[in-house]
Ligand binder design. Structure first.
Ligand SMILES: CCCCCCCC(=O)SCCNC(=O)CCNC(=O)[C@H](O)C(C)(C)COP(=O)(O)OP(=O)(O)OC[C@H]1O[C@@H](n2cnc3c(N)ncnc32)[C@H](O)[C@@H]1OP(=O)(O)O
Length: 218
């Protein structure tokens, strides 16, 4: 099996895409990369992961699925690009910018005052007893907290710390209201807060420090 770090990019990207350190101060957002079916492809993968979480396949079916997945992985191997030119993470027309690793969210509003979004944890995000895993809740807060910091500072920040207070159980397969905003900042330090609600019920709160990166900083 080949891990991501061992895989060569099979499609060359231009010189400007070569990484010189740090998050990029800016990166191209797009609605084109991956084509018009890319969102549906991501959705089908998410659905597959949902089913894997709950399926109990026979040994024969597991072998069949392995064969099918090997074929699909071989197809994608012919199209690997660097992270800056991948549709995943840059397709702003898709849930979570097309990033399969994030719980799917839809941005309702975003700017220097903060970010409002709807996030839906899937069956794949199960923690136990039918509700979301706390780590997945933290991922949603991290990404949208980072977005709130980025929109406030007009640049890129990395998470210094992030604390989640889990106030009540977070349901799966339910659109939830998530909000993040910069409460205050001191120099490069952006103190970000967040809330996650199921209707009127508070599921979780977040407090985090995001630190603005210096030019070229990793
Ligand atoms: C839109 C898409 C959004 C995506 C968002 C995703 C965000 C992420 O998940 S990033 C990944 C997780 N985070 C990381 O890996 C970060 C790892 N840490 C680092 O790289 C570094 O520690 C970094 C860059 C955060 C800060 O390092 P550096 O630039 O040298 O700053 P440094 O001088 O140490 O600290 C700056 C200030 O922050 C404070 N600080 C730094 N870390 C912490 C911390 N954990 N707790 C409290 N304060 C801290 C320092 O005390 C200092 O304060 P002051 O200016 O008052 O003296």
């Amino acid at each position: 099996m080949t891990g991501a770090s061992e895989q060569a990019q099979s499609v060359q990207t231009d010189d400007a895409a070569q990484h010189t350190g740090g998050f990029r101060a800016s990166f191209d957002v797009t609605t084109e990369r991956g084509g018009q079916s890319y969102g549906e492809m991501v959705e089908q993968v998410r659905t597959f992961m949902d089913k894997v979480r709950y399926a109990s396949p026979t040994p024969d079916l597991a072998d069949e699925v392995i064969d099918d997945l090997k074929k699909l992985n071989a197809k994608l191997d012919t199209m690997l690009v660097d992270e800056w030119t991948s549709p995943s993470g840059t397709r702003i027309d898709l849930p979570s910018r097309g990033n399969i690793t994030l719980p799917p969210y839809e941005i309702l509003d975003g700017g220097p005052e903060g970010v409002e979004a709807t996030v839906t944890f899937r069956r794949f995000h199960l923690g136990g007893n039918g509700v979301a895993h706390g780590g997945h809740v933290a991922i949603a807060f991290d990404d949208l907290g980072g977005m709130a910091a980025a929109l406030k500072l007009g640049g890129v920040a990395r998470t210094g710390y992030l604390t989640v207070h889990y106030r009540s159980l977070t349901p799966l397969e339910t659109p939830l209201a998530i909000r993040t905003w910069v409460e205050r900042f001191e120099g490069r330090k952006y103190f970000v807060r967040g809330t996650l609600y199921d209707g009127d019920r508070l599921c979780a709160e977040m407090e985090a420090l995001f630190i603005a990166l210096k030019p070229g900083q990793a």
